[in-house]
Design a protein. Structure first.
Lengths: 250, 486
């Protein structure tokens, strides 16, 4: 099995350990990986702020870079949601026939990480070991756009040593929302406070998710408030083993 | 805009502050936030149970969505059919292109009745056209009869929800308002005592004021009927006692057939109040001699609706049946309540409806008052893709603003323009990453975290830290690994 990684802009810049964990994990499972050095961004930030023309250029770039790859894996559900939900509209409005055709052919080969593991590889036990109490934050795009459903829980359920906590109001937004977090900073922070209360009430050591964007927001607040909890992308938990714990991957 | 001589204040998007600023006022009011969160949790848990018991909920949604879309495709036909049927049954139909015309028509009708006072069934559309202050300014006193609306009118409060307009007021506050305005010093905050006080106040109005104004939940084209659903029976009083009734309805409220109510009423009650059936469903068709109002008028309001109809993405806004499920599900509304939206229509539906009613000349911050979490779309009984409409409106606002000189140095616009240049070429993006990594060191503390940033970054660091930039980006790490392997 061959797969091409799309490590979107903020993960490349701010959270490279997530990309490295995906490499460790997928290579351990026998996937042959490649990485296109010209990739930059999926265009979500521009699209969600109302810059459709700019979002279109980035969307077009994505299709041009990946149209001949076998499979694309993206460890960020909101970027996958951008591709699935917004690219079609952008291409209908601004694209041409070739682009629409290339995109339609590519789309079924684009996977979010948990989809790739469970739907494409058919694996829920990835051989991970993570002896900690963990709470899973179901990001909005994972729940309502990608309908990931049980996938992340199935993966976490098979991690040895992991004690999975139940998060109250699990489907409620954490308040990040991209540029919303600065355009409506106070409302975003109020939403975050409500989410943190639920997250911290679980007594978990780690809060995990399939989106580093939510985790940047929640983790930033945890650090500010000296909370006894850390954030970690789900890929890093799945990559961790007895011989290579999560700290070694960081 | 003339301020009302009396009666409750009216939210007017033309004069409302931007959403982030208005929201801040609410965020600083702990009592109000507590009231809103509590009320919403109660409605949400009732709704959840009743939706779960309905095994065909998704089929109902699909049917309702298709029905409403069909109405919008054929709106002209169904409106004309409604007009013909309603007229044949003894009603009179008036067409109002905008709020000003609607107000004028209603004023004229009230003058023909010689009315100095009017009782009202809860209608958000009348608030949309700022009817109460207009009538008061022309010497006609308005009396709300919906319990929540009475609380607002007597308390000089603004509505914060379309189904439960006084959602932000708790019963201790209701007691205070009633005691003060009804002269009931020793009133307790027991719900029964409060209801009894409202009943005494209302009975006198019902028995002495012979003219009423209502809204409409649905208009039925096939029969010319008007439907109003409510919980208290005060609407029913307004429909039976007065001599004259004026109904104000948005043109989108029409349904083709009487049978369509079967689908819509099942969805509406469950979505709105978490009930299997609302306590009072009133339907009336024109005039029945000797029974109920003997003069009946329907004012059909456009006020920007036909302009929305012409736009393929935005037109779905008009499918709305005003159940408020979207605001009850919205994590933003949960924090801010309704007032922050500066409009009679708050929450996610308000964030798309209000700017369109204002022809995007006001309320431009509302399309951004959402984290795009999608909870509104998930619960909407007629499947309005609110996030999609929000994005469409954001794009229109950006197109309006981006050429304005004042926006040239706006950090958000500048940042996004620069980011677009960087993302267009990998080498530019990589160079920016390297420069950023050096620059950010100035702000990175010894613990490896950024605690404070200048400018727009300060909006982030006012409540959150940001981890410092790592030594290597992912692509640098990959390139080094690749090289090693070779």
């Amino acid at each position: 099995m061959r797969a091409s990684l799309f490590i979107t802009c903020y993960n490349d810049t701010l959270y490279p350990e997530t990309g490295r964990a995906v490499v460790t994990l997928l290579e351990r499972l026998g996937v042959q990986l490649d990485f296109h050095p010209k990739q930059t961004c999926c265009g979500q930030m521009h699209a969600n702020t109302g810059f459709r023309g700019e979002a279109f250029s980035q969307a077009k770039r994505f299709v041009q870079l990946y149209h001949d790859t076998e499979t694309v894996v993206i460890p960020s559900s909101s970027c996958v949601a951008m591709i699935r939900d917004q690219y079609p509209g952008l291409f209908d409005e601004l694209g041409n026939e070739t682009l629409r055709h290339d995109f339609a052919a590519l789309l079924p080969r684009v996977f979010e990480l948990s989809e790739f593991l469970i739907d494409r590889l058919g694996i829920d036990d990835v051989g991970a070991y993570f002896p900690h109490r963990v709470v899973y934050h179901a990001s909005c795009h994972g729940v309502r756009a990608l309908h990931l459903g049980e996938r992340p829980y199935r993966l976490l359920g098979k991690v040895r040593g992991l004690d999975l906590a139940t998060l109250p109001n699990v489907e409620r937004c954490c308040g990040f929302g991209g540029t919303f977090s600065v355009k409506n900073a106070e409302v975003s922070s109020a939403m975050m406070a409500a989410k943190l209360q639920d997250v911290v009430s679980t007594g978990a050591e780690y809060c995990t998710a399939l989106d580093n964007s939510c985790l940047m927001h929640l983790g930033g607040a945890m650090h500010r408030q000296y909370a006894a909890m850390k954030t970690v992308h789900l890929a890093q938990i799945l990559a961790a083993t007895e011989s290579c714990p999560v700290e070694a991957l960081a | 805009m003339t301020q009302p001589a009396s009666g409750h204040a009216v939210l007017d998007p033309r004069f409302a502050p931007p959403f982030p600023q208005a929201a801040l006022n609410v965020l600083r009011n702990p009592q109000l936030r507590k009231n809103v969160a509590h009320a919403i949790d109660v409605i949400q848990s009732k709704r959840g149970k009743l939706v779960d018991e309905k095994t065909d909920w998704q089929e109902l949604r699909t049917a309702a969505s298709a029905l409403r879309a069909h109405v919008l495709e054929n709106l002209d036909t169904y409106l004309e059919e409604f007009e013909a049927r309603c007229t044949a049954a003894g009603g009179q139909v008036h067409w109002a292109a905008d709020a000003r015309q609607a107000r004028q028509i209603i004023l004229e009708l009230l003058r023909q009745e010689g009315a100095r006072q009017v009782i009202k069934i809860k209608t958000m559309t009348s608030a949309e056209i700022q009817l109460n202050p207009f009538l008061e300014a022309h010497g006609i006193k308005t009396y709300e009869t919906d319990l929540a609306e009475i609380i607002l009118q007597l308390g000089d409060e603004e509505p914060s929800h379309i189904v439960v307009p006084a959602l932000h007021v708790n019963r201790a506050q209701v007691r205070e308002i009633f005691a003060r305005r009804m002269g009931l010093e020793h009133l307790s905050d027991d719900p029964q005592a409060l209801t009894a006080a409202a009943r005494t106040y209302l009975r006198q109005k019902f028995l002495t004021i012979p003219t009423a104004i209502s809204g409409a939940n649905f208009l039925v084209a096939e029969t010319g009927a008007v439907a109003v659903v409510e919980s208290e029976g005060n609407g029913r009083m307004c429909l039976t006692l007065p001599r004259a009734m004026i109904t104000l309805a948005g043109i989108e409220k029409v349904l083709p057939r009487f049978d369509d109510l079967e689908v819509m009423l099942q969805l509406l009650a469950r979505s709105a109040t978490g009930e299997r059936m609302n306590p009072y469903t009133s339907l009336w068709t024109g005039i029945t001699p000797g029974d109920g109002p003997q003069r009946f008028h329907v004012v059909l309001l456009d006020n920007g609706r036909s302009a929305m109809l012409r736009r393929p993405v935005e037109r779905q806004t008009l499918k709305c049946i005003r159940c408020a499920a979207c605001m009850n599900a919205c994590p933003v509304y949960r924090q801010t309540g309704g007032h922050a939206y500066g409009s009679v229509y708050p929450g996610p539906i308000g964030a798309i409806l209000t700017p369109q009613l204002m022809h995007l000349k006001h309320a431009q911050t509302l399309p951004y008052a959402s984290s795009l979490c999608g909870a509104c779309y998930e619960v909407c009984p007629v499947k309005i893709n609110i996030p999609q409409v929000l994005l469409e409106l954001r794009s229109q606002v950006t197109n309006q603003e981006r050429h304005q000189a004042a926006r040239f140095l706006d950090p958000m616009y500048l940042g996004l323009r620069v980011a677009n240049l960087l993302f267009a070429r990998a080498w530019r993006f990589h160079l920016a990453q390297r420069l950023g990594r050096i620059g950010i060191r100035l702000f990175t503390r010894k613990d490896g975290w950024i605690h404070s940033l200048p400018g727009i970054g300060g909006k982030w660091t006012q409540t959150r830290d940001l981890r410092g930039f790592p030594r290597l980006t992912f692509h640098e790490w990959w390139a080094a690994r690749d090289k090693e392997a070779k």
